[in-house]
Design a protein around this ligand. Structure first.
Ligand code: SF4
Length: 381
């Protein structure tokens, strides 16, 4: 495992104070927007409901660089970006006239290139083809997305670190209304590159670690140094002062409390500010394969999720985001509602796991008439 890094977990009392502070802040923001106690109460109760369905209880917060983080896909608190994110959510319940984001998150695959051969790869059909976009085209797409209002942009691939210098420029030249995250296997992410990402204005890095057993992770990722890359990248991300999230695709054999607890402990020891759990989907390299979790396995995951996020004995564990948990209670937030996926060929999909191939991103961004360019609804939730 990587060096043990001191956790940025706020103490229990600080967590309580933060929750109160965030609630008061949101209540004031709502009052500024609506000037109506009735409307404030309505949006406030809706936001609390969502909060409970996403976190399974009271949220754990992360602290870094003097800012607080309510969630992996939320901007830091307090900040202008955080307020705009909340205003966007409020507008869904009671429309208002303040500026909002068109999208809260977009996952953009900026390269087809990748040195890994992961069992679950959803970009499998596009891997290592000719690049679709030049650096300037990538910049243009990002600037057009930002002009619509975008809270969070995940730069993925392929392996985005393969286009490192160009990626740095994309982040550096973008405006700061969007939080930039890099989604990586950990390939080529040493301290010097992590520092450059931080200087360019990146917010954080999501490193994939699918097993805490190095050999199993390497086999899953189809690369004999995958574990080493992930551990070094996690360490470098942390040392550079970027937020670190560790992401795991939870396979059938790992959908149990023992594995999930051991993985959460290991990720926390690696300095993770957040942990993300993904379920395998029959897409990309898994297409046509029997990989979907059973109801019993999902139930095991949900129990472990609530316990690791809320039991007093796991207070030291980084906050966990389990997409399946809220999707089964709230519905899917992707599919063009709050977010969508742009693959490395420029095709827009509902999300990385539901390939709808709706249209080319440039056709959409260049077309004044947006009718007929609809992102497919989620077929699962
Ligand atoms: S999942 Fe990511 S790291 Fe793995 S092969 Fe696909 S693009 Fe590469």
């Amino acid at each position: 495992m990587a060096n043990t890094i001191s956790s940025s977990r706020p103490s229990y009392l600080v967590q309580i104070a933060l929750r109160i502070w965030v609630k008061i802040h949101i209540a004031f923001l709502a009052f500024k927007v609506y000037r109506s106690i009735k409307k404030v109460k309505l949006v406030f109760s809706e936001i609390l409901k969502i909060n409970r369905k996403v976190s399974g209880g009271k949220r754990k917060y992360a602290v870094k660089n003097g800012k607080y983080w309510v969630g992996l896909y939320l901007p830091p608190f307090p900040s202008k970006n955080f307020d705009r994110y909340i205003l966007t959510e409020m507008n869904k319940f009671v429309p208002h006239t303040f500026a909002i984001n068109s999208y809260q998150q977009v996952n953009f695959a900026i390269t087809t290139k990748c040195p890994m051969r992961c069992e679950h790869c959803f970009e499998w059909d596009n891997l290592n083809l000719h690049e679709t976009f030049t650096k300037d085209e990538l910049k243009l797409i990002i600037s057009k997305l930002q002009a619509k209002g975008l809270a969070h942009l995940s730069l993925s691939g392929g392996e985005p670190m393969v286009r490192f210098n160009e990626m740095l420029e994309l982040i550096r030249d973008a405006d700061r209304s969007t939080e930039f995250w890099v989604l990586t296997s950990g390939f080529n992410l040493d301290l010097s590159r992590a520092q450059k990402l931080k200087q360019a204005g990146a917010t954080g890095v999501i490193v994939s670690l699918d097993d805490i057993n190095a050999e199993k992770h390497n086999i899953f990722r189809g690369h004999n140094q995958a574990y080493q890359f992930a551990a070094l990248a996690a360490n470098a991300t942390n040392q550079a002062g970027l937020l670190l999230a560790i992401s795991v695709c939870v396979l059938r054999e790992n959908a149990n409390a023992d594995f999930l607890t051991a993985h959460a402990e290991a990720s926390t020891a690696m300095g993770a500010d957040f942990i993300q759990w993904l379920e395998p989907k029959a897409e990309g390299n898994y297409r046509g394969k029997d990989v979907i979790l059973t109801m019993e396995q999902i139930s095991e995951m949900e129990k472990a999720f609530v316990s690791l996020n809320h039991d007093a004995r796991y207070r030291h564990i980084a906050p966990i985001l389990y997409h399946g948990y809220y999707q089964r209670r709230l519905g899917c937030l992707s599919a063009g509602k709050s977010s969508f996926y742009v693959d490395s060929r420029g095709m827009v999909h509902s999300c990385p796991f539901c390939h709808s191939a709706d249209f080319q991103i440039m056709d959409w961004l260049n077309n004044a008439d947006k009718k007929g360019k609809k992102i497919s609804a989620c077929p699962s939730y």
